[in-house]
Design a protein around this ligand. Structure first.
Ligand SMILES: Cc1cc2nc3c(=O)[nH]c(=O)nc-3n(C[C@H](O)[C@H](O)[C@H](O)COP(=O)(O)OP(=O)(O)OC[C@H]3O[C@@H](n4cnc5c(N)ncnc54)[C@H](O)[C@@H]3O)c2cc1C
Length: 413
């Protein structure tokens, strides 16, 4: 990767400074570099794209075949539409295919690297090299000031300035990968509203009796429908020593708030009441019936937690109805999320109302842009967060390139 060499004049003027060498920062840098802009990317981490490396279990779920605005949580649901439609997942797939990336399609349209996530990092690094992007890694920001339309950055590697400044510092999840709140602090410095943040795509934990019950079943997974905050997801859930995880729980966690219930339909594909009535008619065995659909270890515990008051054969319609509801709307109250250490993403962030959805420029601060996860935009599980990073990075770079070209035309007609 083209690093800033030691002899560079640190006060050199750049067309574009990008803070954050993560997914959105690299995409923005390469796109702007290809448009002929002189781009410098700064990051406090010694390595670029740390999250890509560990994402998707080391294989990076880099996009999804079916990306729609409904796959995102954002206070303004229209905000994501422009960038996502201008840079669809097919565009990113074309890019990685041009580089010969081996990838595979998994359930629900998720695309993963076939071998390792670092193959994708290599592609982004190559793109940046070809676009002649410069890097200053291991660099911490000390201050940013704006004077006469120039953003002046004081950093531990010297001072840099440019008329266009993109903040791509991501969010709070996974602090061990150098996540920080810098993007929010800079937003506040420029008078922007930052919406309250909380961990997303995160396991949920219980205390007391339910923690013990989950721990007893740790490692077991169920295919169910999970609902929280009015949204439901039919995906697997996993019992853990602290509570519940698995794709269904991570998805629901984006819509769950402390104190609110989590509702699990254990038999989403069955007409439960009809089957229970049939069981009564044939004097069948409840445990054996449940084991047609659920693992034995779970059924054994379930019947201890929720015994049917009467034998099935003697149960009234009312008792069967109550039991059917117990199975299809199992309601639990998690104590909390597992926190930012375990969260894949951060909900909330820089209020999108502060920005143009086409250019990502701050409405009241020309030349300043925010992209990626630092914004109040959070995708579902399935490659949607990286797709947002790519799409917002590209849209912003195109806008910056247009702005720089307009300025150049003005000064060199
Ligand atoms: C464990 C895990 C697995 C994930 N798996 C997937 C997946 O498979 N698919 C998917 O779509 N999404 C996944 N995500 C989410 C995805 O990684 C993020 O949404 C995406 O990386 C956001 O891109 P970004 O450019 O906004 O931020 P990031 O990629 O996080 O980049 C931010 C950059 O800013 C730098 N930075 C931060 N603070 C400072 C500072 N103070 N000074 C200088 N630089 C700073 C960081 O070092 C980093 O390089 C996963 C996340 C995690 C944590």
């Amino acid at each position: 990767m083209g690093k800033l060499n030691e002899s560079s004049t640190l006060d050199t003027d750049w067309d574009l400074l990008i803070l954050g060498a993560g997914a959105s920062g690299l995409m923005c840098a390469a796109t702007a570099g290809y448009q002929g802009l002189k781009v410098l990317v700064l990051d406090h981490s010694p390595k670029a794209a740390g999250k890509i490396r560990i994402s998707g279990g080391g294989k990076c779920n880099f996009t999804n075949l079916q990306v729609t605005p409904e796959h995102y949580v954002c206070q303004n649901p229209h905000f994501v539409k422009s960038a996502l439609s201008r840079y669809p997942s097919t565009a990113f797939i074309e890019l990685v295919e041009r580089h010969g990336l081996a990838y595979e399609t998994r359930e629900l349209g998720k695309l993963f690297c076939r071998d390792r996530a670092s193959d994708l990092i290599q592609i982004l690094r190559t793109e940046c090299d070809w676009a002649q992007v410069a890097f200053s890694l291991n660099t911490s920001l000390e201050s940013v000031e704006v004077a006469a339309g120039l953003y002046q950055l004081r950093t531990t590697s010297g001072n840099f300035r440019a008329r266009q400044f993109v903040i791509a510092t991501g969010a709070l999840s996974f602090p061990k990968l150098k996540a920080s709140d810098l993007g929010y602090r800079l937003a506040e410095q420029f008078g922007l509203r930052v919406l309250p943040t909380r961990p997303g795509l995160v396991p949920l934990v219980f205390t007391g009796k339910w923690q013990q019950r989950c721990a007893d079943l740790a490692g077991l997974s169920l295919d169910v429908t999970v609902s929280a905050g009015g949204r439901c997801f039919t995906e697997a859930i996993l019992f853990t020593h602290q509570g519940l995880s698995g794709p269904g729980i991570l998805q629901a966690s984006n819509y769950w708030f402390e104190g609110q219930p989590l509702v699990i339909n254990l038999l989403p594909k069955q007409a439960v009441m009809n089957e229970l009535k049939q069981l009564r008619q044939t004097a069948g065995n409840l445990s054996r019936w449940l084991q047609n659909y659920l693992p034995k270890r779970f059924v054994q515990q379930w019947l201890v937690w929720y015994p049917l008051a009467a034998e099935v054969a003697n149960a009234s319609d009312g008792e069967l109805q109550a039991y059917a509801e117990q199975l299809s709307a199992w309601t639990l109250y998690p104590a909390a999320t597992a926190g930012y250490d375990k969260a894949e993403v951060t909900l909330g962030g820089v209020d999108t109302d502060e920005l143009s959805s086409k250019t990502f420029e701050v409405k009241k601060q020309p030349g300043l842009y925010f992209i990626g996860e630092v914004l109040d935009v959070t995708g579902h599980l399935g490659g949607f967060n990286f797709q947002w990073a790519w799409a917002s990075g590209v849209a912003c770079a195109q806008a910056v390139a247009q702005r720089v070209a307009e300025k150049n035309r003005k000064f060199n007609p």
